[in-house]
Design a protein around this ligand. Structure first.
Ligand code: URA
Length: 307
């Protein structure tokens, strides 16, 4: 029975994560399927799977008359049992089996042709330009800083938030930290244009303060939208803010580095922020170790001699 409860918990958690991801991708309603009387039932009702779930909002999904909200479905699943997040009281905790990593958000890979990626990202950038979800940021920014790079990049870099230089120029990582990031990119023998670069926030926090949790939450739809369109194989989180926000973790960056996590279909590697490296140059060797690990996973040995 415990085994069964255990797998039910896993399925429940996976379904909630999937629904949460859909909600963040903009899907607000779910087509209602009328209950089938047991005697007439020909198929076993199934939880939505990655394949059967639409990847983007469609007309059907937003028709209120025949639909129920994604949040309501998630809440319903959640309320049918213990909350899976309360691991203390779950059989997982009792059995001392490591729980599934809890990732609060997921991007839904869109796997689009290039033209659609460009159009989708441009549409998202337009929405960001007029975004006023965070009143303080919207009223103090010079402009929004959406993201730059290759819409078909294999690797997406995620930083914290625009600083003064980025706010002035409208592009991420163009200030001093950006110069160091460029050096790291060069050392990895790739070009900045090969990557896609964005941040947890698309507006500069005044005084370069840390992004507040509600600001990160407000901007998450845009980050997930960018990830969904670019659909990278790898995500590098630069610094604790990016790592903790993306993975929904409170661990230190020191603990999060040196291992791969998954987010959507991407492998995630976390490392120190370039601004931290400027204050602590001794940590550059750690970032180099992380880069070697990332590229080795792609089959590239960064220590190999070049001709
Ligand atoms: N630091 C970041 O995290 N992002 C930028 O875009 C610039 C500096």
């Amino acid at each position: 029975m415990d085994e069964q409860n255990l797998s039910t918990d896993h399925v429940r958690l996976a379904v909630i994560q999937q629904l949460e991801g859909l909600r963040r991708a903009g899907v607000t309603h779910w087509k209602r399927i009328d209950p089938i009387e047991p005697s007439k039932s020909v198929v076993t009702p199934q939880a939505p799977t990655q394949k059967s779930v639409p990847q983007a909002p469609t007309g059907n999904l937003t028709e209120k008359s025949s639909s129920t909200t994604v949040s309501a479905v998630a809440a319903n699943i959640d309320s049918q049992s213990r909350r899976p997040f309360e691991l203390e009281s779950s059989p997982l905790a009792k059995k001392k089996i490591a729980p599934l990593p809890i990732i609060p958000n997921q991007f839904q890979p869109l796997d689009l042709p290039l033209a659609d990626r460009i159009a989708g990202l441009a549409a998202l950038a337009e929405r960001v330009k007029s975004c006023t979800r965070c009143q303080e940021l919207a009223s103090t920014r010079t402009q929004t800083v959406f993201g730059v790079g290759n819409p078909e990049a294999k690797i997406v870099f995620v930083g914290e938030a625009p600083g003064a230089d980025e706010d002035a120029q409208g592009e991420p990582f163009v200030g001093r930290a950006g110069q160091l990031l460029n050096d790291i990119i060069k050392a990895c023998r790739i070009r900045r244009e090969d990557l896609y670069i964005c941040n947890v926030l698309r507006c500069r926090p005044p005084g370069n303060r840390l992004p507040a949790p509600d600001e990160a939450a407000n901007c998450r739809e845009f980050l997930d939208g960018q990830l969904a369109h670019v659909n990278p194989e790898y995500i590098v989180c630069w610094g604790a803010c990016a790592a903790q926000n993306l993975l929904g973790s409170t661990e230190t960056i020191g603990k999060l580095r040196r291992q791969f996590f998954t987010y959507g279909r991407a492998k995630v590697l976390c490392t120190y922020h370039p601004a931290y490296l400027m204050r602590n140059p001794a940590a550059k060797k750690d970032v180099w170790e992380d880069m070697k690990m990332l590229f080795l996973d792609m089959g590239i040995d960064l220590t190999a001699k070049t001709k």
